[in-house]
Write a protein that binds this ligand. Structure first.
Ligand SMILES: [Zn+2]
Length: 256
């Protein structure tokens, strides 16, 4: 007994029936049809299960409170007739989006191809150490422009006697030295200056490190330049530009 409802009509109505969107009379007609029609009853079962699992999923992934508003606003904007002005701004938006994409991709590539692991980690650490000393306003434990005062100060404090050179005539005057920590080990930190900009020169012994190519790291406006000489590791850190820091490193190497 299917009063006025065939399978086609039932198929169209079953979704609303499952979601309880039909008025009482229509719901009764669908109900009557699926009782008497196995095919539409199977369709009803499928719809009911799908609706139930969608509801479950929706409970698991609660949408942000303003999502509805944002979708509504986006639809409203899309529905507005595109004036010339709008067309331009959409084009500009597309252009901006593609620039953004390029920027994201190139920064990802830069990150990927930057100097790997160990250098980055050491560079990060010495930059942090330099910044820490600056912030604490504690660049030196021994403040002296005399290498013959600074060098012996490290005696007994470290297992190395750091090379201390006088570069005052080359515009890198010695300011002093301090003990610092890199990788959990105490290291010598010699402090130089270039036009009021402090430079920390970290020195520690690492027997396993051979003579290595210069390594450079730039972070938050600070440059770190690292090199290894006969088992001694050097890192120079400062906010002076990379060229001046390079010159400082070359001067140190030439006097070592
Ligand atoms: Zn049917």
């Amino acid at each position: 007994m299917n009063p006025g409802m065939d399978c086609k009509e039932a198929e169209e109505a079953v979704h609303g029936y499952v979601d309880g969107e039909l008025d009482r009379a229509a719901a009764a007609r669908v109900d009557a049809h699926i009782r008497g029609c196995a095919q539409c009853r199977r369709l009803y079962e499928r719809e009911r299960q799908m609706s139930a699992s969608l509801r479950q999923a929706a409970e698991r992934f609660t949408a942000p409170a303003d999502l509805g508003q944002r979708i509504g606003a986006a639809l409203e904007m899309a529905a507005k007739p595109a004036s010339r002005e709008h067309a331009v701004s959409w084009r500009q938006l597309g252009l901006a989006a593609s620039f953004l994409l390029v920027a994201v991709i190139s920064s990802a590539l830069t990150f990927r191809f930057s100097v790997p692991g160990e250098t980055d980690r050491q560079g990060e650490e010495v930059i942090s150490g330099h910044v820490r000393a600056l912030v604490a306003n504690h660049m030196t434990d021994v403040a002296s422009s005399d290498q013959h005062t600074v060098k012996p100060w490290f005696n007994g404090k470290l297992d190395l006697s750091p090379p201390v050179v006088d570069l005052a005539r080359e515009e890198f005057p010695l300011v002093g030295g301090r003990l610092d920590y890199v990788d959990g080990h105490p290291v010598a930190a010699l402090v130089y200056r270039h036009r009021q900009h402090p430079i920390t020169l970290y020195v520690w012994v690492d027997g396993s490190a051979g003579d290595g190519a210069a390594r450079h790291l730039s972070r938050r406006g600070y440059n770190a330049l690292g090199w290894t000489l006969k088992g001694t590791v050097f890192w120079a850190v400062s906010d002076i530009n990379a060229e001046d820091l390079q010159r400082f490193a070359e001067l140190l190497k030439s006097q070592a």
